[in-house]
Each structure stands twice: as structure tokens, then as C-alpha cells.
Design a protein around this ligand. Structure first.
Ligand SMILES: [Zn+2]
Length: 512
């Protein structure tokens, strides 16, 4: 196990000699075990064109897949398979699953990870590992594209799923329920585990929180590592629609950081690699409705900060230190967060004044082959006579242009409110509460909506509203009473809002 590292780091001779940058690398390294990611350090930057003015500081960091521990141990795999087989038999007996699946039904998978409503970043994920097609081991790696973005280990484990991680601020986003796992295809829930610890930093040997969905053709998807107590209120036997909320991305089970392990089996119980490519020898066709590129290079997010963001050792939540308003003369940090950044890809960074003219412009590129996730920042003191108003940080990369505005001198540009067509469950007030709390939500569209309260065992204790509602702001008070009118005991309760095919969940605490 390595420990967090903080040290000045030269990005390149060009930069150090020309600009004498102090590169405090705000990264840390974490797990030496398990499958996912560590923040690490290395001299990797290449500036193509220098900024107009010398920045105060600059830094760069990256996450790299860490590959040595099974997502699901063979023992866990056997336990899960037996559990699912028993459930399927029971569901068939109860008429909740057909006796024989329609093997010709065919399944196309939609992307199973999405931002929660209100998070408007262009991306929230990266991929750390694909299925290992080479069943020899150890270090006999071959992904569907004939690359090595997968892992195995000496005890015969070959990675059997696709690992999709959250980036950036994965712990913060887990804490705030910002990255959702949704059903990749419609089906019936045939298994569900919850209640397991969700801040793992290494292989735990303990089970994950997961939802298992059987599709019409009899194939099954495993959605693993979910956040504790975040799972859909639906139960085994209930149908789910494609895109329906299943849970929040977490780090339960054998995991070194928040990510989804998606594992697929066909109707004969054979492992499926859903990715179509020259080295997929498991199945002749891809299963994605629209397959993403092997290197899916993109900007996930831009941020402006008052001080540099901090990525502490796993499993501590990041300090984002975001700031959207600066006084003239203030120090401001400009960060770009990438997935699948590759060597030589050019980024153009610009800081624009309110009138659209360029205050700073520079370009940069990566000096090593590839990072699954990376981030860069530069900082400046804004001019003491800076024009007041709305400034823009703009980055162009691989045909994508992303902007993030910030105010200087005046609070001129509040962060945009949630778009009117997005459904949002606001923070309950007060929380914790006694004897009552007000739950506000915004419906993006008119239609059926259900707001219910559940205990930690998933039992519904109250239905606060259930019916057709207009679009817009709604407000409901929960008086802490159950369906029979009795006061509920102290404890944590989960408020579920279901509307428009989405389910939002929030914790409230009743304190007596
Ligand atoms: Zn995995």
C-alpha cells in the first residue's frame, strides 16, 4: 500500500526553465490492491504554446487503473449464481418470470451510468477495465480490442465485466448521489443486495451491493459495487424499464473506488463481452445499442477554484474548493478534467473577459501514451482592474468545446439553476427533523409522480403523494408518521421520488 504523495514535480524542462512553475501535484496514491484506480504522479505534460502571462502555479495529475484483485471472487460468484438460480425458480413458480425466456427477443444495452439531475457536466465517467478475453493467467491480458485494458490474477481470476468509474470527484459524487446506475435494458429484478459497506479502498473479500436484472431473452446483467442504501425501492420480481434508476455508484465489495462493475450472461449462462471488436472471442456480436469508442477521449468537466482541489487518500472525500465568483486581483485556478486523454491530443485553453476578448490563451498536450482519467490546472491572479461581469473559461479538445462561466467583481452570474425540464429532489428542510420536515421537489414535466418514505429495510412507511402533478415546484410536509398515523421512531428514512421513469432518493433523519 502506497501512501499519499505531495511533492513539487517538474512537468517538462520547457515549462520549468521558461516559467519556473511550481508544480504542487495535488494528487495522492492509494490502493495497491483491487481493481480500480489510484491517483499517481509522473512527468507527463507538454505545453505547446505558453500562456500569455506567467501563471502562479500549475499542476497535473491522473488516475490509473490498478489491476490485481477480483471484482467478484470465485466464492462470491458461486454464491451469487446460487442465489439468482433460487430466485429465478421462485419467480417462475410465482408467474413473475416466464417459464422459458424468449431467446429470440434480443437485447441491446444502453449506457448504464448517468449524471443525476442538476449536474450539468459533459461527462461523469471513464473506463478502467474491460473483460479479459485471454483466459490464461496471470498477466495474460487481452481486451475485446486486442489491447490490455483489463486484468487477471494468479488465482485464475480473469476480469469478467466492464468497470466504469466516476470522474472527477468520485467520493464527493458518491456522497451527494450525483452518479446514477440505470438499467441498460428492460427486464425483471432477479436479485438485490444492499447494506454492505461502500467506502472500500481495496479488495475486501466481502460482498458488494448489487442489482441483478434478467432480460426478455433470458440474459442477465449484474450491476455491482453500488452505494450502501442507495438501491431502487423495487423488489425482486419487479419489472424495470431501460434507463430506470437502480442505485448510486459506490465502492462496496472488492473495490478500490466508486465504480460500476457491469457483468453480462447470456440465456445459457455463458459470460458475454458486450463490446464488439477483433479480439472478442466470447460472442460474435456486440451488445451495445451504440458502442462507445475504445478510447473515448473527452473533457468530463471544467472548474474554477479558489485554491487547488485536493484528492486525499481513499476513501476520503475530495475538497473541490470550487469558486464561481472572484474579486478583481484574486487568485483563481482553472481546471480541466479529462477521460481517456492520449499522447499528442491538443487542448486549447482560453480565459475570456466579459466582452469576449481573450485574457489568457495557451495550449497543451499529454507526453505519455494514455490516461484513463487526468486533470490539469493553471492559476493566475486576476487583474486588479479586471472588468466586472461574467468571464468564461473555455477549453477545446478533440472537436469538443466546453465552457464554464465565473463572475468577477459582482455576483453577476449565479450558477445556472436546474433546467426547467429536469426533475430535482431538493434537500429536505429541516434535516434532521422533529417533528416534521418539508420536502420540496421540481418536476420537469407534468405527469404521474410518487413521493414515498421507506425505512432502511426498504419497507414503505408513508406515501406523501401519488398522482398526476403539474410541472414545476412542489412541496410536501412529512410529519414523521407512518401509514397508520403512528409516530415513527428515531432513525434514518429514505424519501423516494418517482417521476418520468426516474427515481431520486434522499435520506432524512428523524431525531427525537
Ligand atoms: Zn470489475
Amino acid at each position: 500500500m502506497k501512501h499519499p504523495i505531495r511533492r513539487p514535480l517538474a512537468v517538462s524542462n520547457l515549462v520549468t526553465s521558461a516559467l519556473a512553475l511550481f508544480l504542487a501535484l495535488g494528487a495522492s496514491s492509494t490502493a495497491s490492491r483491487a481493481e480500480l484506480v489510484v491517483v499517481s504522479t509522473g512527468p507527463v505534460a507538454g505545453l505547446v504554446q505558453l500562456p500569455a502571462d506567467r501563471p502562479v502555479s500549475a499542476a497535473q495529475g491522473f488516475w490509473n487503473p490498478n489491476q490485481d484483485d477480483p471484482c467478484v471472487t470465485p466464492e462470491q460468484h458461486a454464491e451469487i449464481a446460487a442465489y439468482l438460480a433460487a430466485n429465478v425458480a421462485d419467480l417462475k413458480a410465482r408467474g413473475l418470470l416466464p417459464e422459458a425466456p424468449d431467446k429470440a427477443a434480443g437485447v441491446l444495452l444502453q449506457w448504464p451510468v448517468q449524471a443525476a439531475p442538476g449536474l450539468d457536466d459533459p461527462g461523469v465517467h471513464g473506463i478502467s477495465n474491460y473483460v479479459d478475453e485471454n483466459l490464461a493467467y496471470p498477466n495474460q491480458l487481452r481486451d475485446y480490442n486486442c489491447g490490455t485494458r483489463t486484468y487477471d490474477n494468479a488465482s485464475a481470476y480473469n476480469h469478467a465485466g466492464t468497470d466504469i468509474f466516476s470522474w472527477p470527484f468520485s467520493w464527493y459524487r458518491m456522497d451527494h448521489d450525483q452518479v446514477q446506475i440505470v438499467a441498460a435494458a428492460p427486464g425483471v429484478i432477479i436479485g438485490k443486495y444492499d447494506g454492505n459497506y461502500d467506502r472500500r479502498c481495496s479488495g475486501s473479500g466481502l460482498l458488494w451491493n448489487a442489482v441483478y436484472v434478467q432480460h426478455a431473452d433470458g440474459s442477465v446483467a449484474w450491476y455491482g459495487h453500488l452505494k450502501k442504501l442507495s438501491l431502487t425501492a423495487k423488489n425482486v420480481g419487479d419489472p424495470v424499464a431501460v434507463g430506470e434508476f437502480l442505485g448510486i455508484m459506490g465502492s462496496s465489495g472488492n473495490s478500490s473506488g466508486p465504480h460500476l462493475h457491469l457483468e453480462i450472461y447470456d440465456n445459457a449462462g455463458h459470460l458475454v463481452d458486450p463490446w464488439m471488436g477483433a479480439c472478442n472471442t466470447m460472442n460474435p456480436d456486440g451488445w451495445w445499442a451504440a458502442q462507445r469508442p475504445y478510447y473515448d477521449s473527452a473533457i468530463n468537466a471544467l472548474r474554477t477554484h479558489s485554491i487547488a482541489p485536493v484528492f486525499p487518500a481513499c476513501p476520503n472525500t475530495e475538497s473541490i474548493n470550487e469558486n464561481r465568483y472572484f474579486a478583481p486581483g484574486a487568485l483563481a485556478f482553472f481546471s480541466t478534467y479529462y477521460r481517456d486523454q492520449r499522447q499528442g491530443q491538443l487542448s486549447t485553453y482560453e480565459i475570456l473577459r466579459p466582452n469576449g476578448t481573450v485574457w489568457q490563451q495557451w495550449t497543451g498536450s499529454l507526453g505519455v501514451p494514455h490516461y484513463a482519467a487526468s486533470w490539469w490546472y493553471w492559476s493566475w491572479y486576476l487583474p486588479v482592474d479586471a472588468e466586472t461581469g461574467t468571464w468564461t473559461f473555455r477549453v477545446s479538445y478533440e472537436g469538443q468545446t466546453v465552457t464554464r462561466t465565473f463572475g468577477v467583481g459582482v455576483v453577476a452570474d449565479a450558477p445556472p439553476p436546474a433546467a426547467d425540464d429536469v426533475t430535482v429532489l431538493h434537500v429536505a428542510e429541516p434535516n434532521p427533523f422533529n417533528p416534521s420536515t418539508t420536502i420540496r421537489f421540481h418536476l420537469g414535466a407534468a405527469g404521474p409522480a410518487k413521493l414515498s418514505v421507506h425505512d432502511l429495510q426498504g419497507r414503505r412507511v408513508a406515501t406523501l403523494c401519488d398522482g398526476e402533478l403539474p410541472a414545476g415546484e412542489q412541496s410536501v410536509v412529512w410529519n414523521g408518521r407512518g401509514v397508520d398515523g403512528a409516530l415513527m421512531g428515531s432513525g434514518v428514512y429514505l424519501v423516494h421520488l418517482r417521476s418520468g421513469g426516474r427515481e431520486l432518493v434522499q435520506r432524512v433523519v428523524l431525531l427525537k
